[in-house]
Structures are given as C-alpha cells and as structure tokens.
Design a protein around this ligand. Structure first.
Ligand code: SF4
Ligand code: SF4
Length: 367
C-alpha cells in the first residue's frame, strides 16, 4: 500500500483521489475513475427502455424506482462513486473458434472460470479500509453487480469508456471484456472528466452480427431477444423463434463484443481465478449434457453458471444440441434425457430431437 502524504487537519481530496488511483492499480484494477451522482440523462434512457418493455422478465430492473439512477437514494449521503475496471479475458481461452464448431458449447467468456463477485468485492473492501486508514471513518458501500446500480453509466461518467452501439461500455484501449465495480462514498473527492467521445463512428458491426437482432437501435438492446437474457435471465421456455439463432451459445453471448474492432485491444487477464475450468471454454455439448445434477453442482461451484440451476442448464444445452449437426451421439444424448422429470427440459429435448431427426432424414435422402 502506497502511503499518502501526512494529512493536515482536513484531508487534501485532490491528493487522496490520486492516491486512490494508485491503490486501485496496486489492487489489480486496470482503471479507476471518480464521478458525481447525477445520472439524469441515464435515468431518462432507463425509463424509456423499461416503458418499451425491453427488460422482459427482469422485474428487478423496474422494482427499485429511482434508487438505481440516484445513488444518494440507495445509500444516503453518497456524494461520489469510485468506479473500477477489471479485465477478465484469460490468455488461454478459445473465442471465435468455438462459435464456428456447432458440436461444441459456447459459454460467455466471462463465465468459463471462477465467479468474479467475491474477488472484486474483497478488493473494493480493501480499498475502503486503506482510505479509512488515511481519513478516518467515512461513509461507503461497495457494489459488484449486487444492487440497483447503473454501473456502465457511472463508469462512463467516471471516464472509463463510452457506450458502444451494442450498449456495452467500451474503452478505446481495452475493448469491453471487463467487469465493473463501484464504491459509493460520502467523500467530496474531485471528479474525473466523463467519457464524451463516441468512437463507434459509422461502424455497426455489432448490430449486423447479433444473431437475434436484439440491438433494436444504437445503444438499445431488447433483452427479450438477447441470447444472454434468454439463456441466463429467462426462467421459462425459450421462444422457438430464437432457438435456431442461438446456435451453440448455451450460457450468455459475446458476439456483439467479439466482432467489435476495439476488442482487439483487449488486455489479457493475469487473474488465476478467471482461467477456464472443466474445459468450459471448449467442451462438447454432448459431454456437458451428460453431467448429472451432482456433477453440475460440483463443477459450477464458484462459477456464474451455477445461478441458472441444473434445469435451465439442460434447457439451454438441449437447444444447442438441436442446432448441432446430426450424429448418433447427439441423438442418443437427447433420447436419454426424454424421461427427465421437468416439463421445461422435456419440451426443449423434444424440439431438439425433432430437428435432429429431420437432419438425419435429409442426410439419408441426399446420400
Ligand atoms: S449479447 Fe448476443 S444476442 Fe445479445 S445483443 Fe449482443 S450479440 Fe445480440
Ligand atoms: S462493433 Fe462498431 S458500432 Fe458496435 S460497439 Fe463496436 S465500434 Fe461501436
């Protein structure tokens, strides 16, 4: 921990802000910015998005009223938000090759290793302790995707990046494959310049590449059509009209980030926790579909996939298998799941089997 110059009676907020940035780097964050709590513009954007119903079943997006867009209502006394960035792409992870091999399962690249929440929260807590050691007791709360927080909007205001047409936060030197975390604080720290420049220009590669055309306007994603929502947030049946377009994406989707020209500036993560486990970056659909519930619970302990549960995991994999090229192994794997005691799983398995049988018929007819 880098020492702060001895404080006078009143802490020097400008010096403290600089020191906090140094501490952020020491703690492994790639970037740290500070913003005020005025999100009026983003509040209007969120209200329009909710009014259009783009949040689908994510009732939690609407339920907290203005607490999401007014940090001082969520944590009374908040005057500043410290926003941090943590890059997550491991060096050895496969990306686009797996998408091109439909017998393999594509898991969003943030989810092939250990979950990031604990790691990030611990570091934010350490940062708060270091600040406290310098200025004495102060008001703060750390958030890592855990409460109604407009994390991308706060990060943009704190100077970490701009909103791409895919609605992700993009950094011109680091792309968008990173996590964000926040420390709400009552310290009157000087704020950073918001990121105002839009570097997308005439590019619209993300909109073109989206398999389900979920990016309905620049910077507006209709979650109901987004594969990340369909495979992670949605509890019931995946609407049939999206199943074929899902391809082999069984947990999340990265297409609109992978095609982005700024993704080539992604910095590889040195965090051991994010290294892929259980071959989740390259496993076959059939092998994952064969996991028992016990194996699922064991292998996804500490992994973001755990939150969707075994039933939805099978649901998603069944869709992937329906989209896979025909093979005896795929058909047998689906047949073996027909008696599974869940209407949701059985319906998706039947859909997949119908598609596999049709592919077999076409194969025989063309032989
Ligand atoms: S995550 Fe996938 S489905 Fe969702 S907007 Fe991006 S490309 Fe489209
Ligand atoms: S793909 Fe192009 S339009 Fe989309 S976010 Fe990246 S730069 Fe912007």
């Amino acid at each position: 921990m880098t020492p702060v110059p001895p404080p006078g009676d009143e802490p020097d907020m400008a010096a403290l802000a600089e020191t906090i940035k140094t501490w952020g780097r020491e703690l492994g964050f790639q970037q740290l910015g500070i913003t005020d709590v005025d999100l009026a513009e983003d509040e209007a954007h969120l209200e329009a998005w909710l009014a259009a119903g783009h949040h689908g079943e994510m009732g939690f997006m609407a339920k907290h009223g203005t607490k999401r867009t007014r940090p001082e209502e969520l944590v009374p006394g908040t005057r500043r938000v410290i926003s941090v960035r943590l890059d997550y792409l491991p060096a050895e992870v496969e990306t686009t090759k797996v998408l091109g091999r439909p017998s393999l399962a594509y898991v969003s690249r943030y989810a092939t290793g250990r979950d990031y929440h604990k790691l990030m929260r611990k570091r934010l807590a350490t940062l708060a302790k270091w600040i406290e050691a310098e200025v004495g007791a102060f008001g703060y709360r750390a958030f890592v995707d855990s409460a109604p927080v407009m994390e991308r909007a706060l990060a943009r205001k704190a100077g970490l990046g701009w909103f791409g047409k895919n609605a992700m936060l993009l950094n011109p030197r680091a792309g968008s494959l990173f996590f964000l975390g926040e420390l709400y604080t009552d310290l009157p720290l000087p704020v950073d310049e918001p990121f105002e420049t839009d570097h997308c220009g005439s590019c619209s590669a993300c909109r073109t590449a989206c398999p389900t055309q979920a990016i309905v306007e620049d910077r507006v994603v209709d979650a109901r059509a987004c594969i990340s929502y369909l495979t992670i947030e949605l509890f019931g049946a995946i609407p049939e009209r999206y199943r074929e377009a899902m391809g082999n994406r069984v947990f999340g989707c990265d297409d609109c980030q992978l095609v982005c020209p700024y993704t080539r500036f992604t910095r590889v993560s040195r965090e051991g926790d994010f290294a892929p486990r259980h071959d989740l970056d390259r496993a076959s659909l059939v092998s994952l579909f064969a996991w028992s519930e016990e194996e699922f619970l064991e292998k996804t302990a500490g992994n973001p996939i755990r939150r969707i549960g075994y039933e939805r995991w099978l649901r998603n994999l069944a869709v992937g298998l329906g989209n896979a090229p025909w093979s005896r192994a795929v058909e047998a794997a689906l047949m073996a799941r027909l008696p599974y005691p869940s209407d949701l799983v059985r319906e998706h398995v039947r859909w997949a089997l119908d598609r596999q049988r049709e592919k077999r018929r076409q194969r025989i007819a063309s032989a």
